[in-house]
Ligand binder design. Structure first.
Ligand code: SF4
Length: 450
């Protein structure tokens, strides 16, 4: 059977991703100032990955004997089944794509991803033929459970919402089908690891931490950790390098170093086998053991994303976020960067207890740390999170596509939209401070060749 995945993106001046936010997606809209617009353009060019569930779903379907294709454009290639990826950040565009493409074919459509689950009726109703169905749950699980069945018959017999609520360990699945993405000559890159080929990889899913109040990961992937075998992760990396010439790996784990034992096993495998990889990981600072920094560097970790969120204790408390003290954050980041590993500090403006001054303090704290990258998003109560219930009656948006994580979509008690825009533009100055230019700029450009 011929199957095509449509991974459709709206036109925007900034980067739109469905790979982030556990598949809900993000839109890096850094602001309206000249500097912010430059950042919008640079990041759009520098980083792009397809969604994780699509990569695994393609590989499972291919192993089941199907001819699987991937496209970021609507193309009629006589497939027997078209599968649309979904996200909040492209929602209205995706509805229009389904509507538009139905005019070209009468075959069934499936929609996958967490936002399709939340807005199932809207996706179903966008297709007048009634032949669009939604997978509720991880699509990998559905395709894996039906790998020996006639998929078209299963879909035909199913209700409009197809439930597949089991969570599987990713080790059960074939490696993500990056070759199919590369074959379609679509974009896939991560220039901050260098200009060699890049892919995403997952070492685990799930997160048990208390910031689940506002974060999508534990609410979509579950709080229980699904940890992969380090040997299988290593073998996947070697496979990607030997067969697809991939050197750069961005780990999409919510907290990469949460299981120190397995992480160190993976690092030791890389070192022992003399593999040269460039790794980007995301983790909590408190889960990085300073004694392991040499090991991390030797294994190829070049960039670490850490959530800092806010410099203000009361603001952090309001969202159940537990951080190291500000002094410890500062000292730890300095130590990591001294080892030659770049750090990106992630901050959130407009958290529930924030006001203009507290946001300014967070930006100034980021400038004091002065790490290689700093990212300032805007507090957004996503529909899967407990925060959504708190703000359900205080929402202020016209389209779901405004849920970029960089735009204010609520009536905030202390901040107006224009103040958030002003803060974003203020935050964009981060990269032109003399202190920043002196410490960071050359080394960033040396690594990221645009
Ligand atoms: S630790 Fe990170 S992934 Fe886990 S809930 Fe907090 S913000 Fe989300």
């Amino acid at each position: 059977m011929k199957i095509t995945f449509f991974d459709i993106y709206r036109n925007a001046e900034y980067k739109i991703s469905k790979n982030t936010n556990s598949g809900m997606g993000t839109g890096n809209n850094y602001g309206t100032s000249y500097l912010a617009k430059i950042q919008n353009k640079l990041i759009k060019k520098a980083i792009h990955y397809p969604p994780q569930n699509c990569l695994y779903a393609m590989s499972i379907l291919r192993v089941s004997g199907n001819d699987v294709n991937y496209s970021e454009k609507l193309i009629d290639n006589n497939s027997d089944l078209y599968i649309f990826t979904s996200s909040i950040v492209n929602f209205e565009t995706e509805l229009n794509s389904i509507k538009e493409f139905r005019q070209h074919t009468n075959v069934p459509f499936l929609v996958i991803g967490p936002f399709a689950e939340i807005q199932a009726e809207k996706y179903i109703d966008s297709d007048i033929s009634g032949k669009t169905k939604i997978i509720i749950g991880e699509p990998e699980s559905f395709f894996y459970e039906n790998k020996k069945n006639n998929l078209l018959q299963v879909i035909e017999k199913s209700e409009k919402k197809i439930y597949s609520k089991n969570f599987y360990n990713l080790d059960l699945f074939p490696y993500p089908a990056w070759d199919i993405v590369f074959k379609s000559s679509e974009r896939s890159n991560m220039r901050f690891l260098g200009n060699k080929k890049s892919v995403t990889i997952e070492g685990l899913r799930g997160c048990p931490y208390s910031c689940s109040f506002y974060c999508c990961y534990p609410n979509i992937q579950g709080k229980k950790l699904r940890i992969r075998n380090p040997e299988n992760i290593f073998n996947e990396m070697c496979y990607m390098q030997d067969n697809l010439n991939v050197y750069n790996f961005t780990f999409r784990d919510p907290v990469f170093s949460i299981d120190k034992k397995n992480v160190n096993l993976l690092f030791n495998l890389i070192i022992k086998n003399k593999r040269k990889f460039n790794l980007c990981i995301e983790t909590q600072l408190k889960d990085i053991d300073e004694n392991d920094l040499d090991l991390m560097f030797a294994a190829g970790v070049k960039l670490i994303y850490v959530g800092i969120e806010s410099s203000e204790e009361e603001v952090l408390k309001s969202v159940n976020r537990k951080n190291l003290s500000n002094n410890n954050i500062y000292e730890k980041i300095i130590k990591i960067e001294k080892k030659g590993i770049f750090v990106k500090g992630n901050y959130i403006l407009g958290l529930p207890n924030d006001n203009y001054e507290s946001c300014l303090k967070t930006i100034e704290f980021a400038e004091k740390i002065n790490c290689t990258f700093a990212q300032f998003t805007v507090f957004t109560p996503m529909p899967v999170t407990p925060a959504w219930k708190n703000y359900k009656n205080k929402l202020d948006f016209k389209k779901y596509e405004e849920f970029t994580m960089w735009d204010l979509v609520i009536k905030h008690p202390n901040l107006e939209k224009k103040q958030i825009e002003k803060l974003k533009n203020r935050a964009a100055l981060y990269y032109i401070k003399p202190k920043y230019i002196f410490k960071n700029l050359l080394k960033v450009f040396a690594r990221a060749i645009f």
